[in-house]
Design a protein around this ligand. Sequence first.
Ligand code: F0G
Length: 343
Amino acid sequence: MNGIIENYKEFIDIGDAEPISMGEGGTPLLRSEYLSRKINADIFIKVEGCNPSGSFKDRGMVVAVCMALHNKKKVLVCASTGNTSASASAYAAKFGLVSAIIVPNGNIAKGKLSQAMAFGAKIIAIDGSFDNALDIVRKLEDYDEIEIVNSINPYRIEGQKSAAFEILDEIGEIDSLCIPVGNAGNITAYWKGFNEYSKKFNYKLPKMYGFQAEGASPIVKGEVVENPETIATAIRIGNPASWGKAKEAVTNSNGGIHSVSDEEIIDSYKNLARKDGIFCEPASAAGIVGLIKNTRKYNFSGQKIVCVVTGNGLKDPETSEKHANTKIFEVNSNIDDILKVIR
Ligand code: F0G
C-alpha cells in the first residue's frame, strides 16, 4: 500500500532517504448530508481517524520517521496530548526505534495511553501541561541519537500538508476549511499544502478557519494561557508552537480564528456520531462547531467546505460513556425480553 510519501513524492522532499509507509493518508472525505442541509452548503468531512494510529498525526510522523531513519537516529521523542505519542510509538515499533513520550499526567485520553503502552513506548508523565512537556522536549533537541517528532520538526508539516492535496484531488477547489487548532501545526500544514498545489494546478485558495477550545484559546485571546482547560484534551494547549504560522494562514487566506465552548464541542461530537455515523474524539468536533456557529458571520451558506475531523472516537471511550446518554438494557437472554427492548 502506498502512503503519502510515495503518493506525493513530487511535493514531499526526502532527498536520498528510503520512503516508508504504514498506509497513512487516503482517508475518507464524506459528504455530511446533515450539515449540508443544516447550513445550506456543501459540507465534507475529512475523516482523519482512519489513519493507521487513528489520527492525522501519522501523515507527518511517517516523513519525520523516514528522515530519522535516514539520519541514523535511535530514539523518537515527543511531547504530546496523546495522538502524537500514539503515532510516534507506532512508527517506532514498526521501524525498530525507541520511542519516549512526555505527556501531561492525568490529561491524556485512555485510548491514546493504551496505544503507547501497547507499542512499548517509554512513557514519561509529568506534573504539568503539554506546554511544559514541549519545553522539556526542546531541551533534548541537541542529543545526537534523538529525533524530536513534534510539529516543530519541519518534516511533520511536510507530511501533514498531504491532506490538502487529497482534498483537492478528490473534490477540486473548495471555499473554506474548518479545523481544530491546538499546537497549530495542522492548520499550518494545510495552508502550505493548499498553497503548493494551487500554485501548480491553478486552484483558488480556500479561506482557513481555525477553532480553539474556549479554555485553551491563546491565539484567539492573543496571549499565552497559563492553565489551559478543556474537555477536548487533545487541544488543551496554552502556548502553541506554530502560533505565528497559524495566524499567517488565517490572515493571508482572509479566514478567521475563534473559540468554541466545551458544551458546544460535546454537542457536535454527539451529532457527528448520531447523524453522520462518524465517531470522533471531542477535539475533532471543534471545526464543525465553528462552522455552525459562524455560518452567518462568514456567509458559509452556498459554499463548498471541508471540516477536518482529526482523530478517532475510540481514543477517548470515557467521554463517550459519559456523554452519549445511551442506556444499556440488561435483560435475560430470552427472545421475548429482547424483542421488548427492540420494539
Ligand atoms: N485534533 C486532535 C485529535 C489532536 O490530537 C490535535 C493535536 C489537534 C486536533 C490539534 O492539532 O496541534 O496541529 O493544532 N494533538 C497534539 C498531540 C498536540 O500531542 O497529539 P494541532
